[in-house]
Design a protein around this ligand. Structure first.
Ligand code: NAP
Length: 462
């Protein structure tokens, strides 16, 4: 085959990969098509990698094979983590992606075939800075989520000035390198300063904001890859990086909106510190509680039930029991639907994924804006391990840290039943006035066991 014909095949493979990436994002935008969206992305990535292996510029396969084996060795166990650990797993993936982008940029600077021009230096410097800060920032985010690092925001006086000065230092060094790319001594200093900035960027942010930060870091890693695409003159990398960068950015915006937070609030706020004193005071207030038998009787007598799943359902792995509850109630003629809050759980789409795993029909999953108007006509709102996303303080209490966050209006249902183990607060660390309302019944227990108990009382299950 002539070199020209081979290049045409490679270009065609790259175009097909890019089309698959775009279709993948389209597929991922709905639970019904998410599986083929993932598959399209996987095929696209495999196609791009295989096509690159046929690149005539490749001379040594040894240096590709070794990292490929190491990468697969790390990647396979990472893909098998428990669902609740996916946010920190994702943070680690971004860290590795950003590290590889930074390392390739560094290699281009030191061992590139021709001396770098000023323009190329600008590209490399920006790409290496973003890659390096994303690497350390993602590692800190993963550590916070895995709780090997303190979740609380670590703040000190004058911190923003220190952080911004470090960033300015990295950018200043980049400018100096653009002015004179031969100033090789400045390059490692610039990388080091960018790595430090990544740490300073994420340590002041609280654990509750980590998923948003991860989404933002995802977008940085994408933009860094896109810049790398310019450096390497790889169109597929430019497009894939731009898709990754912009989709991560859009997701961050959606998450901020769902929590009624601004970017600056996420980056510089100290949200997520557990307010233990507030939680302690609330313990004393009386609440009404019920057992599985009473809960089953109320559900059986209802015409319409809206189930609100949250992080607790994920931790308890209660989704299959919830499916049994859905089956038995539906058989008894009860209209059962699921209310999905955009930030329920710990990652975007968390509840959709779990309910899909339990084969609950997609048309029973209703988004927050669509279902909120139905709560006043709902007989029972059954909250399973959700807390913050049902907190009416977000609507009425101006002093609440979550004031303004859109919530599911479960308190407007005729009866609210809440399954959780205790009166402990949710991720935002604040008390929930919902639990003290007259129409609320607390069902204390582990979500899986309690739902299983209700199902048995109703004569369902296997
Ligand atoms: P949540 O407010 O964190 O509350 C979860 C509740 O589940 C806890 O109050 C806990 O109470 C209960 N729970 C834990 N284990 C349980 C078990 N085994 N059985 C029964 N209950 C259990 O959860 P959420 O309502 O889903 O809200 C999500 C929070 O995460 C929001 O603050 C949101 O802003 C934040 N967040 C989410 C995302 C995202 O992308 N989804 C991103 C960033 C931030 P007990 O300990 O008493 O059982």
């Amino acid at each position: 085959m002539t070199a020209q014909a081979l290049q045409q095949y490679l270009d065609f493979a790259y175009i097909a990969a890019v089309v698959l990436f775009i279709l993948s994002l389209k597929g991922l935008s709905s639970p019904a098509s998410a599986r083929w969206g993932v598959l399209a992305g996987e095929i696209g990535a495999a196609l791009a990698v295989i096509a690159t292996l046929f690149n005539p510029e490749l001379v040594q396969y040894k240096w590709i094979l070794i990292p490929l084996i190491i990468g697969a060795g790390v990647g396979v166990p990472l893909g098998l983590v428990h669902m609740t650990a996916v946010p920190q797993r994702t943070a680690l993936s971004h860290a590795f992606g950003a590290l590889s982008a930074a390392l390739i940029g560094i290699a281009e600077y030191y061992v590139g075939t021709a001396p770098v021009t000023r323009f190329e230096m600008g590209e490399i410097a920006l790409e290496v800075i973003i890659g390096s800060l994303t690497f350390t920032g993602s590692l800190i985010a993963a550590g916070k989520l895995q709780e090997v690092l303190p979740q609380r925001p670590i703040v000190y006086r004058g911190q923003n000035i220190v952080s911004l000065s470090v960033l300015a230092g990295a950018l200043g060094l980049a400018v100096a390198l653009v002015v004179n790319p031969a100033h090789a001594m400045l390059f490692p200093v610039m990388v080091l300063v960018a790595l430090i900035f990544g740490v300073l960027l994420v340590t002041p942010i609280g654990g509750a904001d980590m998923p948003t930060v991860i989404s933002l870091l995802n977008s940085y890693a994408g933009f860094s890859a896109a810049l790398l695409g310019f450096v390497l003159n790889s169109k597929v990398l430019v497009v894939a990086g731009a898709l990754d960068g912009s989709s991560g950015f859009i997701l961050s915006v959606i998450m901020c909106k769902a929590m009624n937070r601004s970017f600056t609030n996420v980056m510089f706020g100290a949200f997520g510190q557990v307010q233990t004193s507030a939680a302690g005071v609330q313990e004393a207030k009386p609440v009404r509680s019920a057992n599985a038998e009473e809960a089953a009787a109320i559900l059986e007598a209802a015409g319409s039930v809206v189930i609100v799943p949250g992080y607790g359902m994920a931790v308890a792995q209660a989704q299959h029991k919830v499916r049994e509850l859905y089956d038995v109630l539906t058989k008894k003629g009860v209209n059962v639907r699921f209310a999905i809050h955009p930030v329920a759980g710990r990652m975007p789409g968390h509840m959709n994924v779990l309910l899909a795993e339990a084969d609950i029909p997609y048309d029973r999953l209703i988004e927050m804006d669509e279902i909120n108007g139905d709560f006043p006509q709902t007989d029972v709102a059954l909250v399973i391990g959700a807390n913050d996303v049902t907190n009416p303080a977000a609507r009425n209490d101006h002093s609440s840290p979550i004031f303004g966050m859109p919530i599911l209006d479960v308190d407007k249902a005729h009866t609210v039943m809440v399954i959780k183990r205790s009166m402990s607060p949710g991720f935002a660390g604040i008390d929930n006035p919902l639990y003290y309302l007259e129409n609320t019944l607390m069902l204390f227990g582990d979500a899986k066991q309690f739902v299983g108990g209700i199902v048995r009382e109703l004569g369902g299950g296997h």
